[in-house]
Ligand binder design. Structure first.
Ligand SMILES: [Zn+2]
Length: 242
């Protein structure tokens, strides 16, 4: 259910694993993604189960329509529009409102400045990391009074640099933008380490309190991995101020 949970000075961070939900194969069990072909009723039930285990009201969790971009939306409550806007980052200064990010190999980024009372969640896959979703999220937090020196950053389970094989040209393109993401697969071919790239970007932005999950989604049977299974569920990362 909740694979990793942490609270720091009133800010709460949590990342799910794939167990403890009601979805059938290939989304078993705790699929939290609404756009992967799973039964919407099962997704609704899973979101309620996950929220309940975190002590959250499922109606006070804000989800995104993630499109591998770099747009960040400020929210003060759940969406009131019929269609969820296409963004890859959310920021709020509303206490008790949880922001959620969906992933299955991409890097879920959770950010909080407990002093300013501002949190953000971002979806950083390879394209989003290159387009600047991380600086965009920090920028949105700063506009609400956050200070990077106070921001606590946690990244969740994601495909690791030893497993994320890409063509040589793609690795060169990525490394030209973010050298820290240059990697080599465990079998010796070109690869990309998106988590390393995200943390290098956060470091340059002045965010010092950072931790990355040691879990590789492609290697862990307890997590969904798009690169391993293609048709599969989505994990979620949640951040909120208590
Ligand atoms: Zn790996």
């Amino acid at each position: 259910m909740i694979g990793q949970r942490e609270s720091a000075s009133g800010a709460h961070f949590a990342f799910t694993d794939r167990w403890g939900g009601v979805s059938a194969a290939p989304y078993e069990q705790l699929n939290l993604g609404g756009a992967v072909g799973d039964d919407p009723e099962a997704v609704r039930a899973n979101r309620a189960l996950a929220a309940g285990s975190l002590g959250l009201d499922p109606g006070r969790v804000v989800w995104m329509n993630q499109v591998h971009g770099a747009d960040v939306a400020e929210v003060e409550g759940p969406w009131t529009t019929p269609v969820t806007p296409p963004v890859d980052g959310l920021v709020t200064a509303t206490r008790g409102l949880a922001l959620a990010v969906l992933t299955a190999d991409c890097v879920p980024v959770l950010l909080a400045d407990p002093v300013a009372g501002v949190v953000a969640a971002a979806h950083a896959g390879r394209p989003g990391m290159l387009k600047g979703i991380v600086p965009a999220a920090i920028d949105a937090m700063e506009s609400l009074g956050a200070d990077p020196a106070r921001i606590v950053a946690r990244t969740g389970p994601a495909v690791c640099g030893r497993c994320y094989e890409v063509p040589e040209e793609m690795r060169a393109e990525v490394a030209a933008v973010e050298p820290a993401a240059h990697a080599e697969a465990s079998w010796g071919t070109p690869a990309v380490d998106v988590t390393a790239g995200v943390h290098a970007q956060l470091d340059r932005l002045g965010v010092r309190d950072r931790q990355a999950s040691p879990v590789c989604t492609r290697e862990s049977k307890d997590h969904f991995s798009y690169r391993r299974d293609r048709s599969t569920g989505r994990l979620a990362g949640y951040v909120w101020l208590g």
